[in-house]
Structures are given as structure tokens and as C-alpha cells.
Design a protein around this ligand. Structure first.
Ligand code: GTR
Length: 419
């Protein structure tokens, strides 16, 4: 099962997991490994100040990730082509102003375009901070709001068809729009498959061919792949938010869950306008340490989802210890901005401890800036969030985004944004 329409919950991990006898979920069986040093330059020199991190080590790591993992994304386009389709000041029972905006990726009428749904607190008297989220399903699933047109939806048959009315609001529990609005923040969402449909071969319906060189039909080994495309789309959503005078665009955080939590890491790494990222249960190829042989592994990712990462990443199948990169280095690209990594106890496929260790081992980079990261190398218990500018929690339950998760994210947002 590729995805369940209208839900953020993706059961694929659980099923693949159950079928693979060689998947380790016993901590005692995890072989030892050595992490690459996040604070050592390729020259061997130690990085001991923020300036050297920003000027030298950070670009080195970014370049490794561009070449070996996600592929190189195109630059920000000189102009954003968009249209504000509607503004409704009495949405969600009068609690929200709702805007629907279409962002056009190409000049031709059949070029991909993405709809952005923006809810702002109705009572706002000044520009508000916004959490932008990549959604697994059309924007009509985000809240039970009859004013949002039903989006076309890519189905498990890899075909696009009109969404059904009963999917309206189907992901409302995962988005918690009213809670976000009550905290004084806006919520913006885009449906990731309007950027690129999520299947091998989906590329042809997405944005990547718009950037092909004449005659090119397939990406080269270091060209950007689907995760990078979704990340790039998130940045285009932010381009719009910067134009909206009701948004405090210096305070925009990005949330992604699971595969979209992987995309959030790469979006935040490349686009320093995101003041924080929330990488919810992003697992292998996300916040989890790849060298830990626990739960999902690189080979499983590359086999099931060959379109997610670039061609060069495939050479690390069964060779995680040879990676010149590791998840703590990817997370550290956010420093000194905010990072929230979260896990679920029932989501062992994502390797909760590996996710914690990704965040914990990234934290020394924040200290160069005089900021506190996770602040401990000991994995906390359930429902015991830890950390400051880098924060982490594990909750009970399955692979999902829940009200509990949002309560933690809103507390984190307030601390990061100072309002
Ligand atoms: C799983 C995949 C994970 C995770 C998940 C998701 O099937 O193995 O890496 O990304 O999908 O996106 O829900």
C-alpha cells in the first residue's frame, strides 16, 4: 500500500517491516559504528567557532548532500508566478481568514501548479508567524472546511482522479488547524504530489522536467530527485508567504512527516529563511542515524522508492558505514536555527533511538553559536520532550502526527519566535 488517501498515516513501513526477517529491532543486536565528525573539516582541521562552521564546514556538508544524497536543486526562480484565488474572512466558524493561492511552476498552461491553503487567525491585528506543512493529501483534507475546493488526488494506482467529498477534513486531526490558530499562528499547507507525484515515473508529471537540458529525459546521477523537488516546492510556498502582508515571513517554520520529514530537513538545509523545521518521524534517510542497523535501511529505501534520492545515493545500499555523511550532519545544516525531531514508540521502522541520536549528535554545532541543542545524550522516556534550539520527543502510539505532537510544536514555535 503506497499511501492512504486523506491521512498522513502511511502503513507501508509497518508492512514492509513485518515481512523482512533480517530487519533488526532488538537494540542489543545493533552493530557498533563510528559517526563521521561533524566538526572536522575535510582538511582534518577542527571547527571550533561559528564563523568557520558557516564559512567552511557547512558548505562542505551541503555539497556532500547535494552530490551524494538529494541531488542539486535549481536556484530560486527570479519571479514567482501566483494567483490569489480566494480570500474568506469568516472561515472555520469565524476563527480564520482563509486564502487559497495557486503557484504556477511553468509558463505552459499544462505545467504543474500547486495550491496553497493559508489559514490566519481572524483576530490578528498584525502579520502572524506561520507553520508551513507539506501535506500527503489535497488541501481539502486539512480541515473540515466546505469552502476549500476538492483537489485532484494521486491514487495508489498512480493515476490522478478527483477527490471525493468524504475526504474533506480527513486529515484534520493531523493538522490541528484550530489549535494553531488559537496559539496566534497561521497554518499554510501544500499537497506534495502537486509538486511531483510520489511514484517511480511520477517525475514526468512534476516539476523536474521543467529544468531538463534540451534533449534530456532522465535525471543524471547527481541531479535532484523527488525529495529535493518537494523541498524546492516548500521554498516556493515560502516565496508566496513573503509576499503576503498578513504573514510575518521572518517567522515561518516548516513541518513534514515521514518522507516529508526527510524533505523538510533538506528544505531547511538549503533555505535559511525557514526559522525552524519539524521533522516528524522521518526515519531512515531523515533524522535517523543510517549507520545504526535498526529498522529501515538504505537499501530498502532505495529499492522501494528509487525516485526519492539521487542516483549516487544508491551506491550506499548495504554500505552505510562508507557514507561520507550522516543524519546528524544533515540536521546540523539548520544551525543556529531551530530543529524539532519527533518519534513514536510504535514506529520502530523509523528507529526512534536513531532519530534521537541524529538530533543529539548534531547539537554541538549549536553550541558554537552559544545556543543549547538537545542537552543530553540519553534518550528521554515517553512524553518527556528534551532540548532547546534542537528539541526531541517520543510519544506513545503509531506513525502519525497527533494533537500531542502539535502541543509540543506550538510550545517550541513560541520559544523560537518569541511571540
Ligand atoms: C515508508 C518508508 C519510510 C517513511 C514512510 C512514510 O514506507 O519506508 O522511510 O518515509 O514510508 O513516508 O510514511
Amino acid at each position: 500500500m503506497r499511501k492512504s488517501i486523506g491521512l498522513l498515516l502511511l502503513p507501508l513501513g509497518c508492512c514492509a517491516f513485518a515481512q523482512q526477517a533480517d530487519v533488526i529491532t532488538d537494540e542489543a543486536k545493533v552493530p557498533s559504528y563510528t559517526l563521521p565528525a561533524v566538526l572536522t573539516l575535510q582538511s582534518g582541521q577542527t571547527v571550533s567557532d561559528a564563523k568557520t562552521w558557516m564559512a567552511r564546514r557547512r558548505p562542505e556538508i551541503l555539497a556532500i548532500y547535494e552530490a551524494e544524497v538529494y541531488g542539486k536543486s535549481p536556484a530560486r526562480p527570479p519571479k514567482l508566478n501566483y494567483e490569489v484565488k480566494s480570500v474568506e474572512k469568516q472561515a472555520l466558524g469565524g476563527k480564520a481568514t482563509r486564502k487559497i493561492v495557486t503557484i504556477f511552476f511553468g509558463e505552459r498552461p499544462d505545467a504543474p501548479k500547486m495550491d496553497l491553503l493559508l489559514y490566519l487567525p481572524a483576530a490578528a491585528t498584525k502579520p502572524v508567524p506561520v507553520i508551513l506543512g507539506l501535506s500527503f493529501a489535497g488541501i481539502h483534507t486539512v480541515a473540515n472546511d466546505p469552502g476549500v475546493p476538492l483537489a485532484d488526488q494521486w491514487g495508489r494506482d498512480n493515476k490522478k482522479s478527483p477527490a471525493v467529498e468524504k475526504s474533506r477534513g480527513a486529515a484534520a486531526a493531523q493538522w490541528q488547524a484550530e489549535k494553531i490558530l488559537a496559539a496566534g499562528y497561521g497554518l499554510a499547507t501544500v499537497y506534495y504530489e502537486q509538486i511531483e507525484p510520489d511514484f517511480a515515473g511520477g517525475m514526468q508529471y512534476g516539476i523536474r522536467p521543467l529544468f531538463f537540458k534540451p534533449g534530456q529525459t532522465e535525471p543524471g546521477p547527481g541531479d535532484w530527485a523527488a525529495i529535493a523537488a518537494w523541498a524546492w516546492g516548500a521554498s516556493r510556498a515560502l516565496d508566496y508567504l513573503e509576499k503576503d502582508k498578513d504573514v510575518d515571513a521572518k517567522r515561518v517554520g516548516l513541518l513534514g512527516h515521514s518522507r516529508l520529514g526527510k524533505a523538510a530537513i533538506w528544505a531547511g538545509a538549503q533555505d535559511s529563511r525557514f526559522t525552524f523545521i519539524i521533522s516528524n518521524e522521518s526515519g531512515e534517510g531523515g533524522a535517523a542515524i543510517s549507520r545504526r542497523d535498526y529498522g529501515e535501511r538504505t537499501k530498502a529505501l532505495n529499492t522501494k522508492f528509487p525516485h526519492w534520492f539521487d542516483g549516487n545515493f544508491k551506491k550506499y545500499n548495504d554500505r552505510e558505514n562508507d557514507m561520507p555523511f550522516e543524519s546528524h550532519m544533515a540536521l546540523a545544516l539548520m544551525a543556529p536555527r531551530g530543529v524539532y525531531v519527533a518519534s513514536a514508540e510504535g514506529d520502530q521502522w523509523s528507529d526512534p533511538k536513531g532519530e534521537f541520536l541524529g538530533a543529539a549528535n548534531a547539537s554541538p554545532v549549536w553550541e558554537l553559536f552559544g545556543k543549547k541543542g538537545i542537552g543530553t545524550m540519553t534518550m528521554p522516556g515517553l512524553h518527556e520532550p528534551v532540548g532547546d534550539r534542537v528539541r526531541y520527543h517520543i510519544r506513545a502510539g503509531k506513525h502519525d502526527v497527533t494533537e500531542y505532537d502539535w502541543e509540543q510544536y506550538l510550545t517550541f514555535a513560541k520559544a523560537q519566535w518569541g511571540r
